[in-house]
Ligand binder design. Structure first.
Ligand code: 1GP
Length: 251
């Protein structure tokens, strides 16, 4: 049943770090996607997250089918809206925006889409989604109409994650937003990791392999990179190596 979630949890237990490439279906064509998958397989990428704030092109199914047809790397939906569900993926990050106070994104949209999501047959991974201020108003904060957690308020982040864990979330995703000017600080990651047992996903504005490595050292379990790889796909290799170099057991 919860095959992929067990993999996340097991990897955390073993101290194995995971590297994830975020693919926005609006920003790739078939050729570019093909290249990303090839580079991803070579670099030992652990997961592909697929989703975007808007997904204007309505090509989610095609995009996922293309990835699945070309490799065995699991595809996880990271939906920017409830309509971004595809039965071709392996799992769905079922996001509740626990850092915000917009009831629609905490529970409202979930109620409306519940029958549709259930019918998809996807593995559902309840995820406490926390947006952290990344130094620029990002699409996610605009769309979510919710104030991000200030970048230096480690305690707020920690307490938010703790509450998410006690409410039954299975993953914590801390996101500075796509293309953030300032990625999440290592001290904030440390504060959260010191108090929650759940696998912690970190993303937003990570452009340097060194930063990905330091995030893992600070307690991140999964590193997500989108923008930097869209700009320079060859970064996949270095990023993946940096993340895996912190694993206690080689991947
Ligand atoms: C955004 O966490 C992701 O939701 C990834 O961010 O595109 O800045 O890498 P980037």
């Amino acid at each position: 049943m919860d095959k992929l979630y067990h993999q996340f949890a097991e990897r955390k237990k073993q101290g194995r770090k995971s590297f994830t490439v975020l693919i926005d279906p609006d920003k790739v064509d078939a050729h570019k996607l093909d290249r990303l998958v090839t580079l991803g397989v070579d670099a030992g990428v652990d997961y592909f997250f697929v989703g975007g704030s808007l997904v204007l092109a309505n090509n989610l199914d095609e995009c996922i089918q293309q990835i699945k047809g070309a490799c065995d790397i699991p595809v996880v939906l990271f939906p920017g809206s409830p309509s971004q569900v595809s039965k071709y993926a392996d799992a769905l990050l079922y996001l509740s925006l626990i850092s915000g106070r917009n009831p629609e994104l905490l529970i409202g949209q979930h109620v409306i889409s519940a029958p549709f999501v259930k019918k998809s047959g996807l593995e559902i991974m309840p995820t406490g989604y926390m947006v952290i201020d990344g130094g620029a108003p990002t699409t996610v904060s605009y769309i979510s109409n919710a104030t991000p957690i200030p970048a230096d308020k480690n305690d707020i982040a920690m307490c938010t994650a703790m509450a998410g864990e006690m409410l039954g979330m299975k993953l914590i995703y801390m996101d500075a937003g796509s293309g953030a000017k300032r990625p999440i600080s290592e001290t904030m990651i440390q504060s959260v990791a010191s108090q929650v047992e759940l696998p912690i996903i970190i993303g937003g504005g990570i452009t340097q392999p060194e930063k990905a490595y330091l995030n893992c050292k600070a307690g991140a379990d999964v590193i997500v990179v989108g923008n930097a790889i869209e700009k320079d796909a060859s970064l996949i290799k270095e990023m993946s190596a940096a993340v895996h170099s912190d694993s206690k057991v080689s991947a």
